[in-house]
Write a protein that binds this ligand. Structure first.
Ligand code: T6T
Length: 349
């Protein structure tokens, strides 16, 4: 497997064989603190509530707001990853006229008009994690999800010794992040001639549905021996399905994210590799950028920022680096990383 880092200017591939257990992309740097701004009220609308990924992101946002001073972050989100639930929340938030909104839109197309309504009301919107098919937002901050998908394919191929039958369990179409991970995975897995890709199935971001899909698939296709779960719930469900079918170890799983149950699944050898995003960094960088935007009155340039990810395996689980990448259940477990905004790679990089 390649050792991959995504630098400020793009993807750098170095020697093969060293990626597992390494921090991948995003190089945190300290950012200077300025207090010469009036009070700033930010509302953070999560993709879904109760997800350790967004909980950790909130902790990063709160920690950065406290560091900068005179900034409040109020957090809420829909009960499910569903644009019909997220839109009324955004509409209600617009009525309260915050200084800015940071949000993880539930759908690339369906959330454009609701976000436009916020902008029309004079409220700047910054997209965190997920995005929309538009450039009306002041900026985007996210993991390089396509590269994450490619990385998952290489990890799964390595776990399978380059030979097998694999599938993807995804959330639902229209979510920018998981769409990109699925696409990156499919693109990369095609480079392995002895690995058969049998398809992608969608679980609606529901771990129980993911488990049912995987159980059924293992019964109908007993040769299936590799699964990529594109996010926390997909991967958690895939692991449950494999466990239910008594196929622990025989079926290899690579999962995106690093929630508590996923870490447990890694320890009990149901899962082989996790790609932990750095949601705390996303929250920190988002608050910094909103602060910069409101303080300067100038458009953010560039508009796309990328944060890092860390590969976690049983081999490196006990290292400080891996422990720091695990998602938290509440903010008492969170420490400010000091990550600075890192522009996404440009095509010319
Ligand atoms: O994987 C994250 C996030 O990046 C994605 O957009 C939605 O799912 C998660 O929140 C994990 O559940």
């Amino acid at each position: 497997m390649d050792d991959i880092r995504i630098s400020r200017r793009g993807v750098i591939r170095t020697s093969a064989g060293a990626a597992i257990g390494m921090s991948l992309f995003g190089v945190p740097a300290m950012r200077s603190v300025s207090a010469d701004h009036g009070p700033i009220r930010i509302v953070f609308i999560q993709g879904v509530i109760g997800d350790n990924f967004y909980i950790t992101m909130d902790c990063g946002a709160q920690a950065k707001a406290a560091e900068l001073g005179n900034i409040t972050v109020e957090t809420q989100g829909p009960e499910q990853f569903d644009q019909t639930l997220q839109t009324p929340i955004l509409n209600a938030v617009i009525q309260t006229k915050p200084d800015a909104i940071m949000m993880a839109p539930n759908d690339v197309k369906g959330m454009i008009a609701p976000i436009q309504a916020a902008i029309d009301a004079g409220i700047p919107v910054l997209c965190v994690d997920t995005s929309i098919d538009s450039d009306i937002q002041i900026a985007d901050v996210s993991t390089d999800n396509a590269e994450g998908g490619r990385l998952a394919a290489r990890g799964l191929a390595e776990a399978l010794g380059g030979k097998g039958k694999v599938m993807v369990i995804n959330t639902k179409p229209g979510i920018s992040t998981t769409d990109a991970r699925g696409a990156g995975f499919k693109e990369e897995i095609a480079n392995y001639p002895d690995i058969v890709f049998v398809g992608e199935e969608f679980c609606d971001n529901d771990a129980n549905k993911a488990a049912a899909i995987v159980s059924a698939k293992l019964q109908s296709d007993p040769d299936l021996n590799g699964i990529f779960g594109t996010n926390l719930f997909s991967a958690q469900g895939a692991a449950a399905g494999v466990r239910e079918q008594g196929k622990t170890g025989a079926v290899k799983i690579v999962g995106f994210d690093a929630g508590p149950q996923q870490v447990q699944d890694l320890k009990t050898e149901v899962v082989d590799m996790l790609i932990a995003q750095h949601p705390g960094e996303i929250g920190e960088v988002a608050v910094q950028l909103i602060h910069d935007y409101l303080s300067s009155g100038k458009p953010l340039d560039p508009k796309e920022y990328v944060t890092g990810a860390t590969i976690i395996t049983r081999e490196n689980l006990d290292t400080d680096e891996a422990k720091q990448a695990l998602y938290v259940a509440d903010c008492s477990e969170y420490t400010l990383t000091g990550a600075a905004p890192s522009p996404a790679a440009t095509p010319s990089a």
